[in-house]
Design a protein around this ligand. Structure first.
Ligand SMILES: C[S@@+](CC[C@H](N)C(=O)[O-])C[C@H]1O[C@@H](n2cnc3c(N)ncnc32)[C@H](O)[C@@H]1O
Length: 486
């Protein structure tokens, strides 16, 4: 790269770097973008490209800084506003993201991508009716953009209009028949409503139209098995595995179907895919299911640590630090926010769940990590570790119990929930929904073998599903030691 190249050459370089980034060739684009930052510093083109690289490298805060400077210099540049809206969304700063998306629409009211971005921002802010209007407007200008239809469908769903959501996806499929994402979204929507016959006919139509995809086969298999057609489902799961042998989502769903032997835990890639895609709806959905686990954890902390849990401001004693494994969007922190516990350290695999937790400003630290890795790399001692509705993504509990034990101070407590497995013949079982259930005897033995004393192991309803309570175990373990935790 000739650093003395005249700025006239910059246009060519911008076009090349843009193409490379579009094609996912970030390594090749990197030196060109670095050169552009020297050649045309502070310009919108250089900032946009450098921000894309920063996002790819997992440095959203750097991307934001680059875009802030560029927007200061060119506040009406639509591309910069759209890019910053995406970065702010990634950082969980949703109102600011919506402001940038709205500015982009104001700067160029013919830009469908800006309108779609505004739609997604409003949807995440819970303003679903306005989001519907934005998506419809965006589709008016770009009816063949497959990324807009799922947004419209999600917004219609959030407005409790499942029919309209199905129609939106059907319109998307008619406009872009080869788009796998739209096909899968349409099938998933029917499966979520337990319309397995419709899900199956959509999957069959996709196959007839020549759409070949591992996820599609998984959904096809799930519909078949839900309709009792188990042999065909087994075949379809095997096909899914052939198409996506390394895809952790596919592998886990195939394992959950019973076609492959149970793996001892849900793979990180599966958990990330599920919860990154679920983060926006997580809290509203769980509230609608009467989710009880954060409340059970709060009551457990009060019952088992009465002298440390002072609700009175004048008392300075705190339990902290407290580890919240699989903290998700931070519901446990909300439930315990008036208790004198903390500072809270949250661990989760899903960046999007963590962004929601970050918005609550209740955690001193949030780490994007697997709980197994975090428990190993963190060398601090905790008096309280919590895992609300997280160990249902682990089958075998021995390793995780051993790692929690190692992190606990003598007398420290571990509070968690798991889903109930009625038959005690097997210690744990992966169920078709992709979550594990555990037998009481197994939880008992695994806890004692890890060195814990069992303070409590009792049956509790965790939430409602299909109109019935989901039974679970609420567990309080103590690492024995000279000091009690009272
Ligand atoms: C059902 S949510 C519960 C979230 C939160 N504890 C609550 O009660 O609201 C499960 C969370 O555990 C996280 N999770 C599951 N397995 C994990 C693992 N191995 N490491 C880190 N996080 C995990 C998921 O990403 C998700 O956010």
């Amino acid at each position: 790269m000739n650093q003395n190249a005249a700025p006239a050459d910059a246009g060519l370089l911008v076009a090349r770097a843009t193409e490379m980034i579009k094609a996912g060739r970030f390594g090749a684009a990197r030196p060109i973008v670095a050169a552009l930052q020297r050649l045309i510093p502070g310009t919108a083109d250089a900032a946009l490209l450098a921000a894309k690289i920063a996002i790819q490298d997992g440095r959203p805060a750097d991307a934001r800084r680059l875009l802030d400077d560029a927007i200061d210099a060119a506040p009406e540049n639509t591309e910069l506003r759209k890019a910053r809206a995406e970065v702010l969304t990634e950082l969980g700063q949703l109102p600011e993201a919506a402001m940038d998306a709205a500015e982009a629409v104001i700067c160029d009211h013919t830009d469908p991508a800006a309108k779609a971005l505004l739609g997604y921002a409003l949807l995440r802010l819970g303003q679903a009716e306005q989001a519907v209007l934005c998506f419809k407007d965006a589709l008016g200008g770009a009816p063949k953009n497959p990324a807009v239809y799922p947004g419209l469908a999600a917004a219609e769903e959030a407005c409790s209009r499942p029919e309209a959501a199905s129609l939106a996806l059907a319109a998307g499929i008619a406009a872009v028949p080869g788009d796998v994402g739209l096909r899968n979204a349409a099938i998933l929507l029917q499966a979520k409503q337990r319309n397995f016959a419709s899900a199956l006919s959509l999957a069959e139509a996709a196959r007839r139209d020549g759409v070949v995809d591992a996820c599609l086969f998984c959904l096809y298999a799930h519909s078949l098995s839900s309709l009792g057609r188990h042999d065909e489902a087994a075949w379809a799961y095997a096909e899914a595995l052939k198409l996506g042998p390394e895809d952790e989502y596919v592998r886990h769903m195939v394992a959950a179907s019973g076609v492959r032997p149970n793996s001892p835990r849900a793979p990180a890639g599966y958990v990330r895919a599920v919860f990154d895609g679920y983060a926006d709806r997580f809290e509203a959905h769980l509230i609608s299911l009467g989710y009880r686990v954060p409340g059970l954890i709060r009551a457990g902390v009060i019952d088992h640590m009465p002298s440390l849990v002072q609700q009175h401001e004048s008392c300075s004693a705190r339990i902290g630090p407290v580890l919240d494994l699989g903290c998700g969007t931070g519901l446990v922190a909300v439930a315990c926010s008036d208790l004198r516990i903390g500072p809270l350290v949250g661990i989760d695999l899903s960046a999007r769940m963590l962004a929601c937790a970050g918005n609550k400003q209740l955690y001193a630290e949030l780490h994007e990590a697997d709980v197994m890795d975090a428990l190993q790399s963190d060398t601090r001692e905790y008096r309280l570790v919590l895992a609300a509705d997280v160990l249902c993504y682990f089958g075998a509990l021995e390793d995780v119990l051993a790692r929690v034990y190692a992190r606990l101070a003598p007398g420290g407590l571990f509070l968690f929930t798991v889903e109930q497995l009625e038959s005690s013949a097997a210690g744990w079982m992966l169920r078709a929904q992709g979550r594990y259930a555990h037998a009481q005897a197994y939880v008992n033995v695994a806890s004692v073998e890890a060195g814990f004393q069992i303070r409590e192991l009792r049956a509790e309803s965790l939430r409602q599903e299909a109109g019935a309570p989901v039974p679970g175990w609420f567990v309080v373990l103590e690492r024995p030691g000279p000091e009690g935790a009272k």
